[in-house]
Design a protein around this ligand. Structure first.
Ligand code: DGL
Length: 271
């Protein structure tokens, strides 16, 4: 199976796009809902939680794990690829969501990009680094949105306060530069509020989700690595795991994933 990991529900927005594009594969989703949010936690804690989750998914037999979380991708992916994999699982692969998003944006004609993300992602400066590497002429503006993940995890998309908070964050972003032409929702939770953002961005600015981008990049990746692709089972199975009460997960997960979900409760404590 292809393993998918997020701190909570957010990765389901990515999984949904991936399943649409690559329906034949089997997927195992793990949400660490008991410990969400990761966005304001220290680098070492995010690394340790992410390593546990990746280890768990490998022990379930996943040859490939997608870290469908920007916070975990920015805080833990490099170390997992450079230290944990070579030592513990040299034949497995772990991919994140940041590089694919930056590559896809660099391929578009945008010049001024606004990154909306958790505090952890913004502090890491990883998007600035990626764009400097891919196309230094792209100007990057960043805005942390620490209140959004708790609002989304609480299922408060339609609360009027949500739009007020979005308006504050967009205001702070556009105060940095009024000509930002592309906004990346660089947190896999935020697509749940896509329409709330669309309603408020200045005319002409595009709002991008990572799901469709990651799906397309994953498809390309699997074509380039046929040996890995061969190891992935293709029976159209989907399994969902959570570290918090599974009935609560099923209820909200349906909103993120767009279809009914029946999850199982697991613990990452021994990993
Ligand atoms: N979904 C995660 C991301 O893409 C963030 C959620 C969290 O703060 O735990 O960054």
């Amino acid at each position: 199976m292809i393993g998918f990991f997020d701190s909570g529900f957010g990765g389901l927005t990515v999984l949904k796009s991936v399943v649409n594009l690559l329906p034949e594969y089997d997927y195992l989703y793990l949400g660490d809902n008991a410990r969400v949010p990761y966005g304001n936690r220290s680098q070492n804690i995010v690394y340790e939680f992410t390593r546990q989750a990746v280890d768990f998914l490998f022990k379930q037999g996943c040859p490939l794990v997608i870290i469908a979380c920007n916070t975990a991708s920015s805080r833990a992916l490099r170390r997992i690829q450079q230290e944990f994999l070579p030592e513990a699982y040299p034949d497995r692969r772990v991919l994140g969501v940041i590089r694919p998003a930056a590559e896809a944006i660099a391929e578009r004609s945008c010049r001024k990009i606004g990154i909306l993300a958790t505090e952890g992602v913004i502090t890491s400066g990883i998007y600035i680094e990626e764009f400097k590497d891919l196309d230094p002429s792209i100007e990057v503006f960043q805005q942390a949105c620490p209140l959004l993940v708790p609002i989304i995890e609480a299922g408060e998309k339609d609360w009027e306060g949500t739009d007020l908070i979005i308006s504050k964050y967009l205001g702070e972003l556009f105060d940095q530069d009024g000509e930002i032409d592309t906004i990346l929702l660089a947190c896999t939770h935020y697509p749940i509020l896509h329409e709330n953002f669309e309603r408020q961005v200045p005319l002409g600015a595009a709002v991008l989700d990572q799901g469709p981008i990651v799906a397309k990049k994953l498809k390309d990746y699997l074509t380039r690595y046929p040996a890995l692709d061969k190891k992935l089972t293709k029976k159209g199975k989907r399994l969902f795991l959570t570290t918090d009460a599974s009935e609560k997960f099923d209820h909200l997960a349906r909103v993120f994933y767009g279809k009914p979900i029946y999850s199982q409760l697991i613990s990452l404590e021994s990993f």
